[in-house]
Design a protein around this ligand. Structure first.
Ligand SMILES: [Zn+2]
Length: 356
């Protein structure tokens, strides 16, 4: 594995890695937190304050790695002991992330920002359960990891890129950026529909009366075949009717990549803006509200999708008698896994796959 990819792999799943965290990376933080957290216990047992060998050295070493930050965290310990290791580890992960960002080229920066989006890494913490459709084939998993870590997925000569075997129009690139958005063979629609179906399913769990909108008549708007939404909910929050349209946007497309390298969440935000421009007026005129549910091809959420999903999770959890966090984890894992699995499939069916 390339050294930069290896460093990226060592990040927390909440940030940008795949939880292959090196023990040595957070050993000092763990040691310091353990010593501080057991200080009172040691004093109670021995009747005096004991010095722990190596503590001062570890503190100095960590202070060098986190200049200017360690003092605040140790002061914070006085009021919130128990969370110190997590906070120190997070500072170390953030430092690694910032370093990777500085070293990356434009595409690498866009990738790092996208994979660090909230909920994007949910597929990494899935417990593979076949009955719940939470399983990824090993070859798909390998492709997803390569995508995540910025490793090539198509084994091609960049100087002579072949045409995409599906659409025969675009050229393949080694990162799979075209493959995951290629409109041929219905697999892009299939990716979109799989996310739509997961959301529809959880709407039903929450007793929110919904239907999937088809292009055929009667459609969504009376007398028109126009389809400005994917799901129509007749009893949405506040007694309103609501139309949702789902979109999955790649941050690697030409018009977005430079922006995506500089700011987080650009792809999903762009998806929301373009759907609102296209659909909101039509829906309002037809007498119901409209909300775009936008996702990035790496699984990040638009702000509207975050807030809509939170409401659906609350409704579903209450009706199912489950905790909100259990329902939230499951739906977020399902969405993330669906997007990543379809990406992998689109890459593999277009050939030239890197198999290592
Ligand atoms: Zn294509």
């Amino acid at each position: 594995m390339h050294a930069t990819a290896r460093k990226g792999a060592r990040g927390n799943t909440m940030l940008n890695g795949w939880a292959g965290t090196s023990a040595t990376q957070i050993a000092e933080a763990a040691f310091i937190a353990s010593v501080l957290e057991t200080k009172q216990l040691r004093a109670d047992i021995s009747g005096k304050e004991l010095q722990v060998p190596g503590f001062d050295e570890a503190l100095l070493s960590l202070a060098e790695k986190l200049p200017g930050k360690l003092h605040d965290e140790l002061t914070f310990t006085a009021i919130s002991i128990g969370k110190l290791q997590k906070k120190l580890s997070r500072l170390l992960y953030d430092k690694t992330y910032e370093k990777l960002l500085r070293q990356a080229d434009e595409r690498g920066q866009a990738r790092l920002r996208e994979i660090s989006q909230q909920y994007a890494g949910a597929w990494l913490s899935v417990t593979p359960i076949k009955a719940l459709n939470l399983v990824m084939e090993p070859r798909d998993y390998r492709v997803c990891l390569r995508t995540w870590l910025g490793l090539p997925v198509h084994e091609i000569n960049p100087a002579y890129p072949p045409a995409c075997p599906a659409c025969k129009k675009a050229l393949l690139d080694k990162w799979g950026d075209h493959s995951v958005v290629c409109a041929k063979h219905c697999d892009r629609i299939s990716k979109h529909d799989s996310v739509r179906d997961i959301i529809k399913c959880y709407l039903s769990y929450g007793a929110l009366s919904s239907r999937i909108v088809q292009r055929e008549t009667p459609g969504l708007i009376v007398g028109k075949k126009d389809k400005p939404a994917d799901i129509f909910v007749s009893n949405w929050h506040g007694g309103k009717s609501m139309a949702f349209d789902i979109t999955i946007v790649s941050p690697m497309q030409k018009k977005l990549r430079a922006r995506a390298a500089k700011a987080a969440g650009v792809a999903a935000e762009e998806g929301e803006i373009s759907k609102i421009a296209k659909c909101e007026d039509k829906c309002r005129k037809a007498g119901f509200d409209f909300t775009p549910l936008a996702f990035s091809t790496y699984g990040g959420y638009g702000e509207e999708a975050k807030s809509v999903l939170k409401y659906i999770i609350c409704m579903a959890a209450d009706r199912l008698g489950l905790t909100r966090s259990a329902v939230a984890t499951r739906i977020r894992q399902k969405i993330s896994l669906a997007i990543m699995k379809h990406n992998a499939n689109m890459i593999l069916t277009r050939g030239y796959a890197c198999t290592a």
